[in-house]
Write a protein that binds this ligand. Sequence first.
Ligand SMILES: NC(=O)C[C@H](N)C(=O)O
Length: 477
Amino acid sequence: MAKNYNTLTQIQHDLQSGAITVKELVTQYLHNIKQYAHLKAFNEVFEQEAIQKAEELDERIVTGTTGRLAGMVIAIKDNICYKGHQVTASSKILENFTSIFSSTVVERLLAEDAIIIGRCNCDEFAMGGANENSYFGPVKNMADESRVPGGSSGGSAVAVQAGMCHAAIGTDTGGSIRQPASFCGVVGLKPTYGRVSRHGIIAYASSFDQPGPITQSVEDAALLLEIMAGADDYDSTASREPVAAYSNLQPSSGKKKIAYLQEVLDSEGLDAEVKATLLKTIEDLKADGHTVEPVSFEYLDYVVPTYYILTMAEASSNLARYDGVHYGYRSPNAVDLVTTYKRSRSEGFGTEVKRRIMLGTFVLSAGYYDAYYAKAQKVRRLIKERTDEILKEFDFILTPTAPEPAFKIGRQDIDPIVTYLEDIFTVQASLAGIPAISLPMENNSAGLPLGLQLTTKAFNEAELLNFATYFVGLRKS
Ligand SMILES: NC(=O)C[C@H](N)C(=O)O
């Protein structure tokens, strides 16, 4: 299979005509996984299982009894539970832990005959923006192996970038799908909070976490969303809002009103080529007859601190369950209950996770709760209200996904705050609970991918995906 398939439609066309088989597809992905093993995109490859499922599917294709995702070979981020398979969140504390049930996301994908080829490396407990916080080592960007792939779903993005699978499922708390997608030149969609069930996703910050697709095309992102979305008895925050036929894309859906944020254009850390891409896109959109206007978003400087106070607080609570008693790593140096807790957690968690648990505990502690946690909740409300106000007047907000392209591996050792600030454009949608998509634009002069982000109102994914289909074509036309 020399061919590089951009969409599942193309794959299914060739499966139907007999030009390829699912087994050949899987074999090709497995070949690529071996060829690019040094990028460390996978924590585990389900090789034999994938081949066996491919053989089964090939038989059913002949009888016409396959589901909508037949031929879709996907990778899942290693914080998504899949019954009978290990799930580690790239942490020592969960090393060798096996899921006893599948996440709703996995169940829905399997029910439509997707093949899951493996679980992908990520930042430990999804905490990071460079995939350097993994217990299993950093992931490398295929576009430049001295650079990070972004994070926390870095392995998932690289797996798609390097053709190790057709698509991947990541999770996004404050940009973990979108930022690696932009660093790796692929499409990354964070749905509305509650659009996709979180049941069976290892929790980081429960009022933010959302699973979503990482793909080569908007078309596949739409299809995967349609299959994963919807109410779920196992997650009371999964919305009952009807699931639209996202995959029924209507690319020419008229002229739109698009806002760009003046503070983003003026922000200090914005890379010159990223800025140029944004400005050129604004001109292209105007030339096509869309209304594109600057608006003021006066809270830009507050989004990162607000996001980190709230997510660290939630993380400190969520990660309390890893105590060396119930499951996961237990320190061999423990001698009693207290040392079991202390040593298992000290030895089992990595530096960044411990930093966040401690800061999260601090902002929730008596005497500091009002000054930090309660205040951050109020600021979240202000950010959400202002964002909703902009989106009442405009269809979309357009920003770069990240202030700069993929940076060098090792930089975050110098200062974690630098990595936190990378989230400045992605966390607005996370705080507001609204959908956002990162779309690949042209590479910069050093050959590094750049992405732009479109954000829209809650549960407006259909319009977002329709427009995204047109948007990715802007550079090609
Ligand atoms: N999890 C995410 O969405 C990534 C974000 N940089 C964080 O560390 O919280």
